[in-house]
Design a protein around this ligand. Structure first.
Ligand SMILES: [Zn+2]
Length: 344
């Protein structure tokens, strides 16, 4: 669990201005993959940090408010259910408009709007690097073979003082996973139990099927030499601070994430009363002006949030520490046992 609560939330107009200036609010997209496609990812959260909440997906939005600039008003949006049952058995906020308004399932009017349990994690998309025959890439023997991975990047508009400067900048391709347990995170948990962590290697993800028949094959690849995100120096490349001398309530080193890749903050943004007021609940108006992708949670005090965060159900995965499997020498010499990380 991150420590957003102990840091508190920034409030007031000065903070809002500061937030608008902040460079990177457009950095994170939801993870998406088409049927039959393959991708590679490095998770930035270990298995014990994953957060599971109830969600309402594809909720129809209310009519476009007058103060909304532009034509890109979404037709549907996803929200975290404000009635999500927490570890203490009590609801998160207890006033979810999707339920209290009696919204119906668009596919079957006789049923209430669906609720789905989703597990959250952040990751960075990785792209394979192939040997070019050079010594650095494993020499002639590895020519044309996959020798490792590097972070995928994308071009975005540079934002300064809340406005695009007209310049494009290259940023790491972060993705937010809000996926099911049965067809996705169950396999991730399996890897965590086998390897003791999910931060020491890249994962290959293949999507198979569509709609309710979607399955994901999630496979942990060879560990990456010198590139383990439990190492504070490696985590720092993503702006993540790991304090090995301070343990959190679970006995793990204290980690602090930049706010745009902090899953507890991202979860709370999608459960925020102002988000519901802005996009879903026609009886309320947003009080925050045009919403940023990430903005302060407004309807609870820091203490209440601390209590809520403690109640968000972390997945009960405490991977056992495992001894590495003894290497088979013939196999080791035929294949490199570790992948290599390449800087962009
Ligand atoms: Zn709800």
């Amino acid at each position: 669990m991150s420590d957003i609560m102990s840091r508190g939330f920034r409030t007031g107009t000065a903070a809002a201005k500061e937030a608008a200036k902040s460079k990177s609010f457009n950095r994170i997209d939801f993870f998406k993959l088409s049927d039959g496609e393959t991708t590679y990812v490095r998770f930035l959260n270990d298995a014990w940090e994953l957060i599971t909440v109830d969600m309402h997906n594809m909720v129809p939005t209310k009519p476009k408010p007058e103060d909304w600039e532009g034509d890109n008003w979404p037709k549907v949006t996803s929200v975290v259910c404000r009635n999500t049952k927490m570890g203490d058995g009590l609801p998160l906020f207890g006033d979810c408009y999707v339920e209290s308004s009696g919204m119906r399932n668009p596919r079957d009017e006789s049923k209430p709007f669906p609720t789905a349990s989703r597990t959250w994690a952040v990751g960075v998309i990785r792209e394979p690097v192939f040997g070019d025959g050079s010594e650095k890439m494993g020499g002639e023997a590895q020519k044309g073979k996959r020798v490792g991975f590097r972070d995928s990047t994308k071009e975005v508009d540079e934002i300064k003082d809340g406005k695009p400067t007209g310049k494009k900048i290259k940023v790491k391709e972060f993705v937010l996973f809000t996926m099911g347990w049965q067809n996705f995170f169950g396999a991730v948990e399996g890897a965590a139990q086998a390897y003791g962590t999910i931060l020491d290697r890249d994962f290959q993800i293949i999507r198979d099927g569509e709609g309710l028949k979607t399955d994901y094959k999630v496979v942990g690849l060879d560990p990456t030499r010198g590139f383990d995100l439990r190492d504070p120096a490696v985590a720092a490349k993503y702006g993540i601070t790991i304090d090995l001398n301070t343990l959190d309530a679970d006995g793990n080193p204290k980690k602090t994430y930049p706010e745009d890749i902090d899953i507890s903050k991202l979860v709370m943004d999608k459960a925020d009363a102002d988000y519901f007021a802005r996009f879903i609940d026609p009886t309320k108006s947003s009080t925050n002006g045009k919403p940023a992708v990430v903005k302060p949670v407004t309807d609870a005090s820091v203490d209440q949030l601390a209590a809520m965060a403690a109640r968000i159900s972390n997945i009960p995965v405490r991977p056992p520490v495992v001894e590495p499997f003894p290497p088979d020498e013939a196999y080791e010499s035929a294949y490199p046992a570790e992948a290599i990380n390449f800087e962009e």
